[in-house]
Design a protein. Structure first.
Length: 365
């Protein structure tokens, strides 16, 4: 009698475990119901679909920051793109606070979002978000920045190594020999490492030849112009102002660089590269204090990310044509192409696309 009772308990336990697994996956796809929901028969599902409108997919968008112009555009365009494909989005921004970003993600998970899209502040710390989401049967798309050492489901960004290569190619064309300064981004941001790798893909052969010498190379905490200003002041002081070119990891840091150059009467005399195509950078290009930027069409990125996010939430096939290693897995990835912008093509790129208006870009002229 005792052995029969034990067998019954084992059978029941097995059924519970099967139900729990089925709540997260069916042939690798997340179901829309909760683990405790009774599984409907196929005929019941069909009749339910006829009787009730299809449930709207809800996307959670966890953002690092909204303190830079670039990310305000991402927020607005992503919301617009998600709604255009019939879904809805909840947006939260942590403004550089790792603990807050994790807490905000937990809130969206508890609210029952169907998928999380994450712009990580810290590529390592946000692995926690992925783990928590997966425990709740929610897939995660890393947006623009890779999340390291986590089983993320998809990565959508630009080819960030190519961004750095475009910067370095533009500056070395103008300054094939001389003393270079590299002002990097935040060391916690995986993209900052990719930008730098791209830059040095181009610089290293010239360094090896002895044509270029990198006399200052420093990360910029939290990507802030104020920290970039401090770095650039240190670079100028260490080299008695004898600098021939500067590559900055984005337009915000380029702004800090140019402020330091202005204080020494060198703005416009030393080529400076940035990236992100921020309005201030476009204006500096027109004025002649910044040499170039790299335009990453955010409307293209947001539309692609929104489309793929909804497909991922529904368990549909994705057209992810690349793989990127994040230290743990080969992540299915979609990488878009960036565009180098200078004074010669600014009208045909960021202005023609409506990214910035001609009036705003040329307002000081």
């Amino acid at each position: 009698m005792g052995s029969v009772f034990i067998q019954v308990r084992l059978i029941l336990l097995t059924l519970v475990l099967i139900c729990a697994v089925a709540a997260c996956e069916k042939d690798g796809e997340r179901t829309l119901g909760q683990a405790s929901t009774t599984k409907l028969s196929q005929s019941q599902k069909s009749s339910s679909k006829e009787a009730l409108p299809e449930k709207k997919i809800k996307i959670g968008f966890s953002m690092d920051t909204l303190l830079e112009e670039r990310w305000l555009k991402d927020r607005d365009l992503f919301k617009e793109a998600v709604e255009a494909v019939g879904a809805e989005v909840e947006i939260m921004a942590a403004n550089g606070d790792d603990a807050l970003q994790i807490s905000q993600a937990e809130t969206m998970i508890s609210q029952g979002v169907d998928l999380l899209v994450v712009v990580p502040h810290n590529a390592e710390a946000t692995a926690t978000i992925v783990n928590k989401a997966h425990l709740a049967c929610i897939k995660v798309l890393a947006y623009d920045r890779l999340i390291k050492n986590a089983n993320i489901d998809l990565y959508v960004s630009f080819d960030n190594e190519q961004v750095g290569e475009l910067q370095a190619k533009a500056i070395t064309k103008l300054v094939p020999k001389g003393k270079y300064v590299y002002i990097g981004g935040a060391v916690t941001d995986n993209n900052a490492h990719l930008f730098k790798k791209g830059v040095f893909n181009v610089l290293q052969p010239l360094i090896d030849k002895g044509d270029i010498k990198v006399v200052f190379d420093q990360w910029t905490k939290d990507w802030t112009p104020a920290n970039a200003l401090v770095n650039m002041k240190a670079a100028l002081k260490a080299n008695d102002n004898r600098i021939d070119a500067v590559i900055a990891a984005n337009d915000a840091t380029a702004g800090g660089v140019i402020q330091a150059l202005e204080e020494q009467g060198l703005a416009g005399k030393i080529p400076v590269a940035g990236q992100d195509a921020e309005l201030a950078a476009a204006q500096r290009i027109v004025e002649g204090t910044q040499t170039m930027t790299v335009y990453k069409p955010i409307s293209t990125l947001t539309k692609k990310a929104a489309e793929l996010a909804v497909k991922l939430a529904k368990g549909e096939n994705l057209d992810a044509d690349r793989k990127v290693n994040n230290g743990k897995i080969e992540v299915p990835s979609v990488l878009l192409s960036p565009i180098a912008v200078d004074k010669f093509n600014i009208d045909e790129t960021i202005i023609a696309d409506g990214f910035h208006s001609r009036q705003d870009v040329y307002k000081t002229h």
